[in-house]
Design a protein around this ligand. Structure first.
Ligand code: 6CM
Length: 256
């Protein structure tokens, strides 16, 4: 009964979480829908340039500046065997694993638990030469996405992170520069059913990942230094994160 009601509900997000009661919900829903749309757009239009490639992982950026600050949008595509999109998103969203894969992190605090699918994080990142140390305050929302072509499918999951403010955590001027970010991890699980009705194993599943990020550094960093940092750090992040999820899930039951 509950399921049929959910699939008849209008609009692309069908969450029943208590996050819908929070004052940030209209923004969370809007940004999440925009990010899903944006992740689904191809690389055809928009002048994306490939800047890093490693096996099936491809990373593209568009050079953009606002008031002299580099805010290059990034879009990465990857294909990872043996894991589901739900597993990918679970490890990306959940605070208990973050220190294990997020290499630029110094400190992380959950400053508000809005709902089980929606948290507000305050993160202090390691200082990377020659930039000043950064912090980031953002809400993070995990949700299942109905497939455009198949409303009954349950194989797409997404996590969206987007900067916000919190009265108890204003920027610490003079100590950290606060970055502004919008990040989306969009994951689709593809299943190749085994022949002769054999049991489904991790060999039969593949996860198609799209990762999009726009980070405004919040304060001046020389453009060439920042682009060099991104060129090194984004591929490092995506490889480390996906290998971490492969490693964590390999001996566990598949979590669709
Ligand atoms: O998406 C990623 N991580 C998520 C969980 O931590 C989340 C975090 C985004 C933080 C983005 C800010 C990174 C700042 C890194 C320090 C660079 C300092 C100098 C340059 C100034 C901007 O969405 C993975 C993020 C991977 C980033 C490379």
């Amino acid at each position: 009964e509950r399921l049929s009601k959910q699939s008849l509900a209008p609009g692309p997000l069908r969450t029943t979480s208590r996050a819908t009661q929070h004052h940030l919900w209209p923004q969370i829903e809007k940004v999440t829908q925009e990010q899903i749309h944006y992740a689904r757009l191809g690389l055809g239009e928009g002048g994306w340039q490939l800047f890093a490639e490693d096996g099936e992982m491809k990373m593209y950026r568009r050079e953009e500046e606002i008031d002299g600050l580099v805010v290059d949008p990034l879009k990465a595509c990857h294909v990872v065997r043996g894991v589901t999109g739900h597993e990918m998103c679970h490890y990306f969203f959940s605070p208990q694993y973050r220190h294990e894969w997020e290499g630029t992190l110094e400190q992380m605090t959950v400053v508000e638990n809005i709902a089980e699918d929606t948290l507000v994080f305050l993160q202090i990142h390691k200082r990377i030469w020659p930039a000043s140390q950064r912090d980031a305050l953002f809400w993070s929302h995990i949700t299942q996405v109905p497939d455009q072509h198949d409303q009954d499918s349950h194989n797409i999951w997404v996590v969206v992170n987007h900067s916000t403010q919190h009265p108890q955590h204003p920027p610490k001027t003079g100590k950290y520069v606060r970055v502004a970010l919008t990040v989306c991890l969009y994951c689709q699980t593809l299943v190749t059913p085994p022949a002769n009705g054999a049991e489904l194993t991790r060999e039969n599943i593949t996860c198609k990942i799209t990762y999009c990020a726009v980070v405004n550094p919040g304060g001046w960093v020389p453009a060439s230094a920042l682009r060099a940092i991104y060129k090194r750090e984004y591929p490092k992040f995506l490889k480390r994160f996906t290998n971490y999820v492969i490693d964590q899930t390999k001996n566990k039951p598949i979590y669709f």
